[in-house]
Design a binder for this molecule. Sequence first.
Ligand code: AMP
Ligand code: MG
Length: 414
Amino acid sequence: MVEIRKPIPVSEAVERVIARAEKTGTEKVPLGESTGRILAGPVRATHPVPPFDRSPYDGFAVRSQDTKGASGDSRILFRVIDEIGAGHVSEKTVGEREAVRIMTGAPIPDGADAVVMFEQTSGEGAGFTIRKPFDPLENVSLKGEDLEEGEEVVPAGAFIHPGTIAVLATFGYAEVEVARRPVVGILATGTELLYVSEPLAPGKIRNSNGPMVMAQLRRMGIPYRTYGAQADDLDSVVQTVEKAVAETDAVITTGGVSVGDYDFLPAVYERLGADVLFNKVAMRPGSVTTVAAGGGKFLFGLSGNPSACFTGFELFVRPALLRMMGARKPFLPHTKAVLGEDFTKANPFTRFIRAVYDGKTASPAGFNKSNAVSSIARGNALIVLPGGSRGFRKGDEVDVLLLGVEEGSPGWMK
Ligand code: AMP
Ligand code: MG
């Protein structure tokens, strides 16, 4: 008997997955290795930035009161009493019509409250003249103008990118507390599958989903273990999935989630006693995408069809893994775009079309069936067409999910 499955909306499926994500815990890593990780706690400014009033230019530190009345016709002469580069502190106090030659980043000497840039002076050596007055604090970078002590700079759950590294380094984080990355097991199922290095044989195809999913994980910096490709045999698939579940935090299988004679994954979930969160999603491709959870671990049953497998990963696996790490922005970033060509196929389910997005227009990336492999290679985005419509016309505004962007969105596309 063929089981009747009730499709649920994509947004609800995403919510169900996210709700079951259990935190992986945290670990400390050296600063240099923290790029791409998820920050476990907020970063607060442990001191003001800059930590002292400093010069933003190469020039002369002076007392602004001494510059009053300076003009082209009535230049004012200053005497240089000291010189400092960045990293040095002047011992002198700047007095009337005195100046300290100062380089970018050096602390403003006592007495001075303004900096005259070299370009604003004439004369060399022990003295120079100026031709305009300077306001108090003109050309001075004030202590704390960038960050005040105690201010939250980056929140917990942020993705660590090069700018985050700059802040962490500023505050002396030689080690950074980050979320532990989940380890993911990958198993391709299908008696027809060959390894990449094998020659084609009648009725067989090479396993492309396994390497593709590995690359999707690698793009996220997530470690994985591969359990190869398995023939459609219930007992051996159960055995391998059990082993994978024991050794990893989440297991991705591809293939075998439909209702065909050799689609054993539903039976595998039953044998393992896993809680099936859904087994039918109102989406194309990948309506048979199944997610189960148990013992704090996920089992992602992605379709064997390459485009469906790819899409299932991006829609469900990606946010689930990011949420396990406490990421604030676990969803694919989304934007609006102009549809580049007609798409008239009637469509009861939400459709995710591999697409080429150029910053303005999004056009389908070629052969558009769930078993397509070409359009995954050509696309850099997914056009999202809501279900229940008659079709879309070139020029219509559509939603687009962006792929391969390191930082995501805080919410699922509305
Ligand atoms: P299934 O989800 O097992 O019903 O498979 C759906 C389609 O995807 C079939 O045409 C399979 O041959 C194909 N397929 C399954 N697994 C893979 C894989 N790992 N790589 C490429 N194609 C696959
Ligand atoms: Mg199969």
